[in-house]
Design a protein around this ligand. Structure first.
Ligand code: SF4
Ligand code: SF4
Length: 471
């Protein structure tokens, strides 16, 4: 243990050398049970990521984040800027969920589900291995002069990366402007839509830069989630961890020697083979403990298990475990902190579901026309209003009639009945005329009903202005 405590821990990130230069990582290709599982999970998630904007439910895109036209579809449900409160609750929910999840399972999301990891490790890195070979060959290629082999491999790699980035950009654009538009642009030909092509190329270059050069730096220095680990993790959080009790023994790790009895000499099970470091895509040594660079990709678990199998030791020297599990043998417990987080999460989920369930399909806003005063006749007062109707459903709403509920009076719709197309917005003007004897004050609150085909579909309220002294 002494050796572990006296270790000189670095005070800079693993991908920067002492002079401040980028230390480019050439991780060894992982292989093993967890890497296979991660590959299957990545295929599934990649399929969802790519297909989500092309799947339609009731004619709505499954996922759409059209910030330009302020149209949002989540799981096929259309959301409008008027549903902003639902978005706020969803965001709050996501934050609590992330905290709860991270407190218990550490950065499992980063290794298994994060799009950055999936694209980097399961798409671009695999293409790189295919073209340039494994770690040793990549390092050799990097060091060698620009001969025919290097030029050919690099051009092939850069072109492949560019094409993949271009495909990702198209999918990304489908999330923003809608898949129908993207498919239309493709069928019309790229040159017919030059501005879209320029945007696509900008996105492509951004993705290319991230996956060809910036890589793990996204997780280490850009991603806010990674930075949160320090405050979210505790000794009970499950992480990819090195069992230093077993690995270091009483006298530390040591290379394997044939005729030595490690147990008698007090050495741990770590044979200092460096395989866990060589496979790490963020260039760290997990034996130095939990570090902010670790994305919990499990590559070091597979690498170490492979070594353990070969030397006949038990697997799991590096495994998913908490500090308390490793140090004190304590298994996972549902702590009061977890209980509090779970309660908050349950309440928020309930509120969100209730709000989505009670959400109106039609939203009506009736406001007095700015700058207009009321008109007075002998027996009545008249005000002019603008009306805005939003149809959030996937069916047209026809023959909309607007009626007074709280007062007797007349509503005159300019241009007759309104029809609002599915997921459409319609604006119009209307006059409300009320008999003076039915008004009690100069600023009366009116309750108004919106009817379609004789059925009340929404109620709203507005103010009705009149003279200070009525009658
Ligand atoms: S792979 Fe396992 S045995 Fe080899 S250095 Fe890492 S922890 Fe030690
Ligand atoms: S330390 Fe292990 S789990 Fe963490 S990033 Fe490196 S290889 Fe992946």
């Amino acid at each position: 243990m002494e050796l572990y405590e006296n270790e000189n821990f670095r005070d800079s990130i693993g991908t920067v050398d002492d002079s401040g230069k980028r230390n480019f990582i050439f991780p060894k290709k992982p292989k093993g049970k967890l890497y296979n599982y991660r590959t299957y999970v990545s295929w599934f998630l990649l399929a969802i990521m790519i297909l989500a904007p092309f799947i339609k439910i009731n004619g709505n895109q499954f996922l759409l984040f059209n910030v330009i036209e302020r149209k949002f579809h989540i799981f096929g449900f259309p959301f409008w800027p008027q549903d902003f409160h639902l978005l706020v609750i969803s965001l709050l929910l996501s934050v609590v969920f992330i905290i709860l999840f991270t407190v218990v399972f550490g950065r499992i999301f980063c290794g298994w589900m994060c799009p950055q990891t999936i694209f980097m490790e399961m798409v671009f890195r695999k293409v790189e291995y295919l073209i340039e070979g494994d770690r040793t060959k990549q390092i050799k290629l990097e060091k060698q002069a620009w001969n025919a082999e290097k030029i050919r491999k690099r051009i092939l790699k850069w072109t492949s990366f560019f094409i993949i980035s271009f495909i990702i950009s198209n999918v990304f654009l489908a999330y923003i402007i809608g898949s129908d538009e993207v498919l239309q642009y493709i069928t019309q030909g790229l040159l017919a839509n030059l501005s879209t092509l320029v945007n696509l190329l900008i996105f492509t270059l951004v993705f290319y830069f991230i996956f060809a050069w910036f890589r793990e730096q996204v997780c280490i220095i850009v991603c806010p989630y990674g930075r949160l680990q320090g405050v979210l993790l505790d000794d009970k959080s499950i992480n990819v961890a090195y069992d230093f009790v077993r690995g270091e023994g009483n006298h530390g790790r040591k290379k394997l020697r044939k005729d030595e009895n490690r147990e008698e000499l007090g050495h741990g099970d770590c044979i200092d083979c460096d395989q866990c470091v060589q496979v790490c895509p963020t260039g760290i040594d997990i034996r130095n403990g939990t570090q902010l660079e670790c994305i919990n990709c499990t590559a070091c678990i597979d690498a170490c298990d492979d070594i353990m199998d070969r030397i006949g030791f038990d697997r799991g020297l590096i495994r998913y475990a908490s500090e308390d599990d490793i140090e004190k043998g304590e298994k996972f417990k549902f702590t009061p902190r977890l209980m509090a987080y779970s309660t908050i999460l349950t309440i928020l989920v309930g509120v969100l579901l209730a709000m989505i369930f009670l959400r109106n399909d039609v939203e009506a806003t009736i406001l007095r026309l700015p700058g207009q005063t009321f008109q007075s006749t002998e027996s009545t007062i008249k005000n002019v209003y603008t009306v805005k109707l939003i149809n959030k459903t996937t069916k047209d709403i026809e023959d909309v009639v607007i009626k007074l509920i709280s007062h007797k009076g007349e509503i005159e719709m300019v241009g007759g009945h309104l029809n609002v197309k599915k997921q459409g917005l319609k604006e119009g003007t209307l006059f409300i005329e009320i008999n003076k004897k039915d008004l009690l004050s100069s600023k009366e609150k009116l309750k108004i009903g919106i009817y379609s085909n004789g059925e009340l579909i929404e109620t709203t309220s507005t103010n009705f202005a009149g003279p200070l002294k009525i009658n």
